[in-house]
Design a protein around this ligand. Structure first.
Ligand code: SF4
Ligand code: SF4
Length: 112
């Protein structure tokens, strides 16, 4: 099947509109987390990074401020998933560490 230029433009517009609406109403940064090819490559590299955010559950007060501030909607207070998708999505920005008043979140090196 051959698409006309208008059909491609319309389908592209609908695709982008769907992503924008999905990000607004369902998952923040859905494009970055699940669809962006560049982000996927960086995430693959990120899975093998040595310096990572970790959480000490014994110090956690359960306020969940770290979850609220994470730009990727992660759960930093449960950062024990080194080689998982969530661990790969984390970009080590440190916002969760800054907002944690109990010092439960910290950077740590991981042996590979
Ligand atoms: S901000 Fe700190 S104390 Fe609050 S839930 Fe996160 S890790 Fe726990
Ligand atoms: S370092 Fe940044 S991206 Fe990673 S869990 Fe904390 S707030 Fe989220």
């Amino acid at each position: 099947m051959i698409f006309t230029h208008q059909e491609i433009s319309l389908s592209g517009f609908i695709f982008l509109l769907t992503i924008v609406l999905f990000e607004i109403f369902f998952v923040s940064r859905a494009w970055c987390r699940f669809l962006c090819p560049s982000g996927a490559c960086l995430s693959l590299l990120g899975m093998k990074r040595i310096w990572r955010i970790r959480a000490n559950k014994n110090k956690c007060a359960g306020c969940q401020k770290c979850r609220s501030i994470c730009p990727y909607g992660l759960k930093p207070d449960q950062m024990e998933y080194y080689n998982t998708l969530q661990g790969a999505v984390c970009d080590n920005c440190g916002l969760c560490r800054d907002v944690c008043k109990t010092g439960a979140i910290y950077y740590n090196s991981v042996s590979i």
